[in-house]
Design a binder for this molecule. Structure first.
Ligand code: UDP
Length: 237
């Protein structure tokens, strides 16, 4: 078996992943399936931290379009990510995985505050650290949070779990002839505006030499497979 390329990774899950087949909110069965993937990866010796989005509950841009002030709407979006983080924590702990939630917006009775060195220590002890409340700043996204935390935590790669199996040259749901890249450069993603993560996140990963691995988190066993270098994915580097 080939030696895995990465040891410590940051797993980014959008809120959309956690809503499963639903149109809104958190689907417990989907949380459990994702949690099993994470558990298998930790048991295989990988160190995992996570950033969860909030789009299944509230997005700042959508709130602003409905008349809320953008910054307030973004804080609402960040609070949505805390709910998702607690859902993932609870599900992981039920499966016997040690976790800690750290929130960028201090919330003493709910989670630890984000403290980088403490998060590092948790990871060294084999705990899965879930970063909640994004960067704590409006006008950012959880994709950018994922890139930032991956850099701060010295991760070898950022794993972006989505509902497609990589990056395509066109939207595979609309264009039947679309083809998937095995690998693509950061610059190509930015210049061609390929749908990977937002531009701020991609630029942050590029500047810090953190590859982005885009893979389908809905396929059972895929996280562990991609970590071992076997599964289907696109690597942005
Ligand atoms: N958000 C923010 N600052 C951050 C991260 C997130 O203001 O650093 C807000 C923003 O309103 C965003 C919402 O939280 O729309 C939910 O995050 P995101 O849209 O990135 O979630 P995802 O698309 O991954 O589910």
């Amino acid at each position: 078996m080939t030696e895995p390329r990465f040891k410590r990774i940051l797993l980014k899950l959008s809120g959309e992943v956690l809503m499963g087949q639903g149109q809104f909110g958190i689907d417990p069965a989907t949380c459990e399936r994702v949690a099993r993937e994470v558990k298998a990866a930790t048991e295989a010796g990988f160190e995992i931290c996570m950033v969860v989005g909030g789009g299944n509950i509230f997005r700042g841009l959508a709130g602003a379009a409905q008349g809320f002030e953008r910054a307030s709407a973004d804080y609402m979006g960040m609070l949505a990510t805390v709910m998702n983080a607690l859902a993932m924590q609870n599900t992981l702990e039920r499966l016997g995985v040690d976790t800690r939630v750290q929130s960028a917006i201090p919330m003493a009775s709910v989670s630890e505050p984000y403290i980088r060195r403490k998060a590092m220590r948790h990871m060294e002890k084999g705990r899965v650290v879930i970063f909640a409340a994004g960067t704590g700043l409006p006008f950012f996204t959880t994709d950018t949070t994922a890139a930032l935390r991956a850099a701060e935590m010295n991760c070898d790669a950022l794993f972006k779990g989505t509902s497609v199996d990589g990056v395509y040259n066109a939207d595979p749901k609309k264009v039947p002839t679309a083809t998937r890249y095995d690998a693509v450069s950061f610059d190509q993603v930015l210049v061609e505006n390929l749908k990977v993560m937002d531009a701020t996140a991609v630029a942050l990963c590029r500047d810090n030499h953190i590859p982005i691995v885009v893979f389908n988190i809905r396929d059972e066993g895929n996280l562990a497979a991609v970590l071992q270098g076997d599964g289907i994915s696109t690597v942005v580097r």
